[in-house]
Design a protein around this ligand. Sequence first.
Ligand SMILES: NC(=O)c1ccc[n+]([C@@H]2O[C@H](COP(=O)([O-])OP(=O)(O)OC[C@H]3O[C@@H](n4cnc5c(N)ncnc54)[C@H](O)[C@@H]3O)[C@@H](O)[C@H]2O)c1
Ligand SMILES: CC1=C(/C=C/C(C)=C/C=C/C(C)=C/C=C/C=C(C)/C=C/C=C(C)/C=C/C=C(\C)C=O)C(C)(C)CCC1
Length: 520
Amino acid sequence: MAAKIPPFEHTSLDDIPAVAARIRQGFLSHKTRPLEFRLVQLRKLYWALKDNAALIIEACKQDLGKPTFETHLSELSWCMNDIVFMQNNLPRWAKEEKAEDINLTNKLMGPRIRKDPLGAVLVIGAFNFPIQLSLGPLIGAIAAGCTAVLKPSEGSPQCAAVLQKIVAESLDPNYYTVVQGAVPETSALLEQKWDKIFYTGSTNVGTIIAKKAAETLTPVALELGGRNPSFVTKNADPKLAARRLLWAKTFNAGQVCVGQNYTLIDKEMVQPFVKELEVQLSEFYPHGARNSPDYGRIVNQRQFQRLKKMLDESHGKILVGGTMDEVDLFIEPTVVQVDSMEDSLIKDESFGPFLPILAVNDLDEAIKIANEVHATPLGLYPFGNKAEMEKVLSQTRSGGATLNDGFFHASIPTLALGGVGDSGQGAYRGKASFDVFTHRRSVASTPSWIEGMLSMRYPPFTAKKLQKLLKMSEMKPNFDRQGRAIGWGGWFLGLLGLKSLAVVIMAVSVRLYLQRRAKL
Ligand SMILES: NC(=O)c1ccc[n+]([C@@H]2O[C@H](COP(=O)([O-])OP(=O)(O)OC[C@H]3O[C@@H](n4cnc5c(N)ncnc54)[C@H](O)[C@@H]3O)[C@@H](O)[C@H]2O)c1
Ligand SMILES: CC1=C(/C=C/C(C)=C/C=C/C(C)=C/C=C/C=C(C)/C=C/C=C(C)/C=C/C=C(\C)C=O)C(C)(C)CCC1
């Protein structure tokens, strides 16, 4: 008999402190530190995903009407690939690194960077990619040697229940577990001490998390939302721009954090662009989006009503689409021409299948508007000639960007993803997922035999000792008083001084000699 999605049950508030204590104790047992342990956990998680593939596909369908195609690309296969990639590369990333930019004298102390796990961490997921946005950070946490509590989004309850099943089946419960719930449970989790909180979700809740974390100086990674602009200049290809931006707004029915929120378009391009949007829409969904198995649904009534209100409040003119069905949680891909950056469809993040367009006179005006609407969005998408796209990049900021497409950069699984400013802090995916849960611990070890040479650091301090030390460490500026750079040859010689160079060469030779003798 086919497996069933287990019921979604909130974790008892009374249990949360004990769960957090177990996961913390788990970290302090040091069992998750050995590389092999982490690799085994990751591999088990991989097979649990494979074994529960049908449940994941079904849960994504029930929660978001997600087409199986999208579930594979952005949830199931996405996470399985993430695990394979992580376990292939983890042994290399976890190795100690030789410290960079160390001067010759300090090299004797073997400065290096250890990759230590941060500790017991809390991962809070969002509803729109319920599997990816929960497991992506969890995979990073496991790889780094952390222990973790995962709190999936209650907005996608079927997926949350399947996630709990998968974690319980595959991972050691002393080190990794799922807590289910909404605001009360998340608040109870935030009362516990964590070594990092990794949060994906809205900016409002992100602010609550950051404030709470600040009370105990807990580091946070925040993957938040944004009002991401796209730009279509008069030199853009309207068909390509329409097709690609439509793809980005129909994927997951527009519930994509990195999707464009609005399009700033040269006034000459409005007509050809809108015409192409219509053509492309009928190619994507020949029998209409509503009847297509390839188009998802809005996650719940609350989000549906929010989106409906947003469209109702817009002063724009609907050019394409506009139909909705509350019962089915269906919203048609909808193109709206608005006439102000104050319009409800531009000033707030829609997180739905709306494509508001605002006509502008030129690219300068578009850039000015984009910077005013949101100075630090999560993504940004210019279409135009090379110089124009470069100009957009050089006069704006954003977490990431794709030129000549919708959010392609965010669909590259091993490219770090993160916001900037109020669209987030910290990044993950690929190596960044390991790094975000890792402390780069600087370590030096002072050989005993060097003691004689170090004697100059001890009191009683004398002018002679100071002179010697300064000579050894002093760096000569390679710039003059006017701030101009000067040739580096003189600077290099000045930096070391011939005398100290001789001392260093001698010390290195002695060390090499002693090392070789120890090996014999
Ligand atoms: N940057 C990214 O990678 C990314 C990815 C997906 C979604 N998002 C953003 O997330 C938002 C939509 O997702 P959402 O609706 O799931 O976000 P949300 O902020 O409502 O919920 C996210 C998580 O926070 C918890 N939560 C909600 N209210 C809380 C409170 N008062 N205190 C403590 N915890 C609370 C929820 O239980 C959930 O697990 C959009 O703004 C979108 O842009 C960002
Ligand atoms: C095959 C050849 C080539 C290359 C072809 C390429 C590169 C094809 C690419 C296809 C793509 C990118 C398909 C789309 C996949 C969509 C994905 C994975 C979507 C993911 C969405 C995500 C992760 C959403 C995240 C949302 C977040 C974080 C917030 O809400 C060539 C061109 C090289 C030529 C040879 C043949």
